[in-house]
Write a protein that binds this ligand. Structure first.
Ligand SMILES: Nc1ncnc2c1ncn2[C@@H]1O[C@H](COP(=O)(O)OP(=O)(O)OP(=O)(O)O)[C@@H](O)[C@H]1O
Length: 488
């Protein structure tokens, strides 16, 4: 265990780092974050003993580092400094072998099997064994960085201090290096302290983070306690937005640029919908922020094209996402810029209406096929048949995350109410259907104009969505019934 208590120090009589305390347990990684000049490297130098502390102390396993000889300390603690200056050129193997110096007995001590193993293993872990005889001054910055990390690993110390280990590395090598370090931390129970400039990488790989500002700790804790918009903004003086990692419970941040491309002022209009027997298509002049349960590009994103495609009632392919993606591409639309839904309903029976509110307007589009109506409260295993209610809500306004979710809830409630009014039944249970088994919903917004933080039924936006989705669904259901009668 590494314990830092009230560590204070700097250069000459100037204390750069003041009163820093934390502990790092075996097998875990602590990441140090902070803007340029905040004292990260100085803190590392104080921890490694390169700089003498003016106050406080560093303890390893309960013993102060002041009580270790330089060699003893080097066996316990390996350091990857920020800048590597080498007076003369070594080969990769020689450079990595320098990591073994604390384990050498004296001038005439021989190179042991253990030394050889440690060097070979470190080179293997950093994937540099094929460069073994290369002069490091002939290597790229990223390759050199991996050699120096290998040198630190070859030292076989329980504590690793790393100053920006991913410096110069491409994204794959960043991942490979941090995966290796994390694996080493867990398997060999290493204690690791590392400086990071990349807050997202630090959040992903570290168990604890320490945010430093002007030499003092602003916050320390698990990544979710430290990677917070307000703290990052206050310390780095830049606007950021926080969002979840897609696979890990580790928060990520995105920079919000101070300068944006001038974007055309866009207004979504019902009359701009292109309706044919093949599809309903809306093409926006600007990307719309979208949340949907579509077939292609479901989830959240920014898209310009919105397609509701008519498919045969017996449409049945193994990979409908791929088939739909190919269909979008076949229609000369970019698959990365298009949200695609499907319906067995005649797309010419779509109801598209515009609703004006105090804040601006929304456009609602509904196709409704209820041959597969389901009473959700009595949902049972069913054979899946296409026949679905697709509801689009396109908003001329700026929606918050809450508003996107509330818009979906409000729209779903309005749809269910429409089914109730039209007495649409679940054919299996004979009770009123609440939807169909494959309904889709899409909410998209220009993110221009008025800020709309909420979309519940009590808000202006929610009222329009409620009335609009109800009316459009009722009308779409009537057209569906008509089409059914006509086809008999
Ligand atoms: N050798 C030195 N002598 C005097 N002052 C120094 C020395 N090294 C660094 N400093 C000063 O200490 C302060 C902190 O520097 P430090 O290198 O610790 O910051 P850092 O957080 O690691 O920055 P960066 O992100 O730019 O690497 C800076 O103001 C710097 O000018």
């Amino acid at each position: 265990m590494l314990e830092i208590n009230g560590l204070t120090g700097g250069y000459g009589d100037k204390n750069i780092v003041r009163d820093v305390s934390f502990t790092v347990k075996k097998g875990s990684i602590l990441g140090i974050l902070g803007p340029n000049g905040s004292g990260k490297s100085t803190l590392m130098k104080l921890i490694s003993g390169v700089l003498r502390a003016e106050g406080g102390e560093v303890r390893i396993g309960g013993t102060s580092i002041a009580d270790f000889s330089a060699k003893e300390l080097a066996k316990k603690m390996a350091v990857l400094p920020q800048l590597h200056t080498h007076a003369f050129s070594h080969t990769v193997r020689e450079t990595v072998s320098l990591g073994r110096y604390p384990h050498q007995g004296g001038w005439f001590s021989s190179w042991s099997e253990k030394d050889e193993y440690a060097v070979m293993e470190a080179m293997r872990l950093m994937d540099i064994n094929h460069y073994e005889q290369t002069q490091i001054d002939r290597m790229s910055g990223g390759e050199q960085q991996r050699v120096f990390v290998a040198q630190a690993l070859a030292q076989d110390a329980g504590i690793l201090l790393l100053d920006e280990p991913t410096n110069h590395l491409d994204i794959n090598h960043q991942k490979e290096l941090l995966d290796t370090i994390k694996k080493q931390a867990i398997e060999k129970e290493l204690t690791i302290v590392s400086i990071f400039h990349d807050i997202n990488l630090a959040s992903m790989y570290c168990d604890q983070l320490l945010l430093l500002d002007r030499g003092q700790v602003v916050r320390i804790g698990e990544p979710h306690e430290v990677v917070r918009e307000q703290d990052i903004r206050a310390v780095y003086h830049t606007r950021v937005s926080n969002h979840p990692h897609p696979e890990l419970p580790k928060p990520q941040i995105t920079l919000l640029p101070g300068v944006k491309n001038a974007s055309a002022i866009a207004l979504i209009r019902a009359e701009e919908f292109q309706i044919s027997k093949e599809m309903v298509l809306y093409q926006s002049p600007i990307p719309l922020k979208t949340v949907s349960s579509a077939v292609v590009n479901a989830g959240s994103g920014w898209f310009r094209n919105f397609m509701n495609r008519h498919v045969d009632a017996f449409y049945n392919v193994d990979d409908s996402v791929q088939e739909m993606t190919d269909y979008i591409a076949g229609n000369e639309l970019k698959t990365t810029d298009t949200v695609g839904m499907m319906t067995a309903v005649q797309t010419q029976d779509v109801i598209v209406k515009e609703y004006e509110g105090l804040f601006g307007s929304i456009v609602i589009a509904v196709t409704a096929g209820v041959g597969n109506g389901v009473d959700v409260s009595k949902a049972v295993e069913r054979t899946l048949r296409v026949g679905t209610i697709n509801t689009w809500i396109l908003v001329n306004g700026i929606l918050s995350d809450e508003a996107f979710i509330q818009a979906m809830i409000t729209a779903t409630e309005a749809k269910t109410k429409a089914l109730q009014q039209e007495q649409v039944k679940d054919p299996l249970t004979g009770t009123i259907a609440t939807g169909t088994s494959t309904d889709s919903c899409l909410v998209a917004a220009t993110q221009q104009g008025e800020k709309l933080p909420y979309a519940g039924p009590i808000t202006e936006l929610g009222k329009l969505i409620g009335v609009g989705v109800f009316e459009c669904t009722v009308e779409a259901l009537k057209l569906y019934e008509l089409a059914k009668v006509k086809s008999l």
